[in-house]
Ligand binder design. Structure first.
Ligand code: F6R
Length: 597
């Protein structure tokens, strides 16, 4: 999704903007641009990667300005092109604007401006903003008033930043799109996401919907809709720039897969109280009466939600899961005892936010399980449970999924009488079990063997079913190969038609219970059709004898096994994508936070 960076301070803005734009690359983008302001506004923008923009920046005029804004664009209105890249300006080039989100009433605004003879240069919804600002300037408004009146005309979701000619200031506002300010020594930053300025400062101010921001190099002023100054608190972000670097790994994704033992320890810290023998989730102490849990989520987080719901149900809590874009509060029973749980690592996914807002308006109790402090979802919901995975830069979610699994297990334990402290206590071994997999995995060798197949199928039952779905999603996202996940028992209801000797089947079988034995029957079905079987197993069920390849996991109890098994599938996806030379950290057509519905 689009990324915004802004800087006003004492040093050359262009360097800060380029650093910020590189940090925002992980959000996914197809063009980029900057605007620097002195007596005039200098705009440079280009379709394609940052390198294409950098090739336009040798101009001496771009050295010296200490105020500027930058943007990475992910196309929504109009294809990727130089003209559609941000920043956009008014006709006279006095104001430049960057925007993340969608202006829903842009067509009527565009018609209004066009009938006043304003000429548009792009297909974007964003371009109405600088033209509107210019119309208010022409009517005699000062920049702040013109910006405020413009914001008042917009409908939809947005984070917007604007610079004006001859002014060392940035104006900004947000509505349902992320915007965070950085407080540095001798300057202020503004961005869609903290990593964009983390190299410069770890002090952040979170902007709320409806607030208007004015940044100068020695002043940060936030006002509410009526213009009254709002006192904002400065929060220290406990990530360091090292956390967002690759630390010697070839890809962020691999680094983040290897960070999972640490991430899981962070998620568990202080929440499983050995002495008291209880799960302590202080955040949820006032959760109230819960008679039913409805999960909403998208993509990988949806798989985590399926996992959480299965755990809740199997321990006596009524729970179901819906893809957030399919959720409609008026098509289901919701009341104050229904806990609607949004699972979203970014906390900014538009589909999930909409579902949570609808649920809240319908009177449900709402909780978000997220990785991102201060994200939009944390403001929408009554309760917040942080997964504490640390920054995840690779676009494909890995450590956040594992941390979601753990956080949701704790949640299920909190909500159910059936899942006791004694069950959950074993989770404290999960980080070590994951470490064992990381140290011993044969995923790389097996990836070499199965490369070049026609399609890749993933099966599992019970808690291993969402893991199979997640295995397939990760695989297709980063290898671009056809991959599908199924409930193992569903194979015989149709999907077996796909199975040939050129479709490896990954089967997740842990423990040795009835479910494991049933999955073995399904493995025999694919074996009979000559499909290569790649088994993820702890060896307890004896399924190995039907496997062509085995991805071993240590013996673990039910709550840990599905978390650990998933790590083998992450590694398989990574190594197949690596061998195919794919763009692993920024796979095509996928963004880190999807802020449009
Ligand atoms: C998968 C992936 C996406 C996200 C989905 C939801 O690797 O990254 O499928 O899981 O867009 O994102 P969040 O969790 O931020 O709501």
């Amino acid at each position: 999704m689009c990324g915004i960076i802004g800087y006003v301070g004492e040093t050359d803005a262009i360097d800060v903007l380029l650093d910020g734009l590189s940090e925002l690359e992980y959000r996914g983008y197809d063009s980029a641009g900057v605007a620097l302001t002195t007596e005039t506004v200098h705009v440079r923008k280009s379709e394609g990667k940052l390198e294409a923009l950098k090739a336009q920046l040798s101009d001496a005029k771009l050295r010296g300005p200490t105020t500027g804004i930058g943007h990475t664009r992910w196309s929504t209105h109009g294809p990727p092109s130089d003209a559609n890249a941000h920043p956009h300006t008014d006709e006279a080039g006095r104001v430049a604007v960057v925007h993340n989100g969608i202006i829903e009433n842009y067509q009527s605004l565009r018609d209004e401006l066009t009938s006043a003879d304003v000429a548009f240069e792009s297909d974007t919804d964003t371009e109405v903003i600088p033209h509107l600002i210019a119309s208010f300037l022409e009517a005699g408004d000062d920049p702040e008033t013109a910006f405020r009146r413009t914001i008042g005309r917009l409908e939809g979701s947005y984070a917007i930043a604007a610079v004006f000619e001859g002014r060392d200031e940035i104006y900004a506002a947000r509505h349902e799109s992320p915007l965070v300010l950085g407080v540095g020594d001798g300057g202020y930053y503004l961005a869609s996401d903290v990593p964009a300025f983390l190299e410069y400062t770890d002090r952040a101010v979170y902007v709320e919907d409806g607030e208007l921001v004015r940044l100068e190099n020695d002043e940060l002023v936030v006002t509410d809709e009526s213009g009254t100054v709002v006192e904002k608190s400065v929060e220290t972000v406990d990530w360091d720039a090292e956390d967002t670097g690759k630390s010697g790994y070839d890809h962020y994704m691999l680094k983040e897969i290897y960070e999972q033992p640490t991430a899981l320890r962070q998620c568990l810290r202080g929440r499983v109280d050995e002495l008291a023998g209880e799960i302590t989730l202080e955040e949820l102490e006032d959760i109230g009466d819960v008679s039913r849990v409805q999960f909403v989520a998208c993509g990988t987080s949806y798989h985590a939600a399926l996992y959480g719901a299965e755990l809740c149900r199997s321990h006596g809590v009524h729970a179901s899961t819906q893809i957030a874009s399919e959720f409609a509060a008026d098509r289901m029973p919701l009341d104050a005892e229904t806990l609607v749980v949004g699972v979203t690592q970014s906390g900014e996914t538009a589909d999930t936010l909409r579902a949570l807002r609808e649920a809240a308006s319908a009177g449900a109790n709402t909780l978000v399980v997220t990785n991102t402090v201060g994200s939009s979802a944390t403001r929408v919901c009554d309760h917040v449970l942080y997964i504490r995975a640390g920054p995840e830069i690779g676009v494909a979610a890995t450590k956040t999924f594992a941390s979601q699994q753990i956080a949701l297990t704790l949640l299920a334990g909190k909500l159910s009488d059936g899942l006791s402290y004694d069950d959950i206590e074993s989770l404290r071994d999960v980080p070590d079990l994951v470490q064992t997999v990381l140290d011993t995995s044969k995923a790389r060798e097996i990836a070499e063997e199965i490369l070049g197949s026609d399609a890749y199928l993933f099966i599992g039952r019970g808690l291993a079913y969402p893991v199979a779905l997640e295995g397939a999603l990760k695989f297709k996202e980063i290898t671009y190969e056809h991959a599908e996940g199924f409930a193992a028992g569903e194979l015989k209801h149709g999907p077996l038609a796909l199975v040939t000797d050129r479709t490896p089947v990954f089967a997740v079988v842990t423990g040795n219970d009835e479910l494991a034995q049933k999955t073995i029957s399904n493995i025999k079905e694919v074996e009979a059709r000559d499909a290569p079987v790649v088994l993820v197993t702890d060896g307890q069920s004896g399924a190995d004898r039907y496997a062509d390849y085995v991805l071993e996991i240590p013996v673990a109890d039910e709550l840990s096994a599905a978390v650990v098994a998933n790590v083998q599938l992450q590694l398989i996806s990574y190594w197949v994508a690596n061998l195919m030379g794919r763009s692993i950290d920024k796979p095509r057509n996928l963004a880190k936070s999807v802020t449009v519905e």
